[in-house]
Design a protein around this ligand. Sequence first.
Ligand code: GRF
Length: 202
Amino acid sequence: MHEANGKACPKFAIFASGRGSNATVLMDSFISGFNLGEVCVLVSNHADAPVLERAKERGIATVCIPHKGMPREEHDAAMFVALQEHGAEHLLLAGYMRILGSKFIQEFPGHILNIHPSLLPDFRGLRAIERQWEERVKVAGATVHEVIADVDAGTTLLQGSIEVRGDEGPEGLADRILNEVEHKIYPQAVWLLTRRMDQPSS
Ligand code: GRF
């Protein structure tokens, strides 16, 4: 871990593939000082992802490595090189729509977080919000969890929930999960992670 003014200054890479509202909230949580550390790079696999602009506006380095036509291992290896170049120690997946290979994940054991829009272990995988709506759940939410090779199955760090409104539809529910839950719990989960790093290891 790096130090700045005598304080621990962990280096985070944020991974995002699209609009990047969670990535933006995370970047701002470091800029405001709510979270201790530095976002050393924002990584995307889509050259036209709006999140790249959000990072540039904030003076954060960006790297884009499109995955199309690349075998997973090759793409993971290129990502790993870029992360090393920027000194990334911890990875925050925020709407990163590509599964990471187990070899890559093993390089960062316990240091990769992801956010998923359901109360895991329920509704793992794709279309989580639509499926919650279709199954008429009464309570929905989001989970920040550690990333392991099994998708959406790592240890939970933090969850947040809301009551589903009968008339809001899947779009309304998605909007509230994002704004009322995800944008709150992801910066808090990173705060918890950094507190955990501060604890002396036994
Ligand atoms: C969020 O719902 C997140 O839970 C899921 O992908 C979506 C990304 O949204 N993994 P955004 O790009 O952060 O706005």
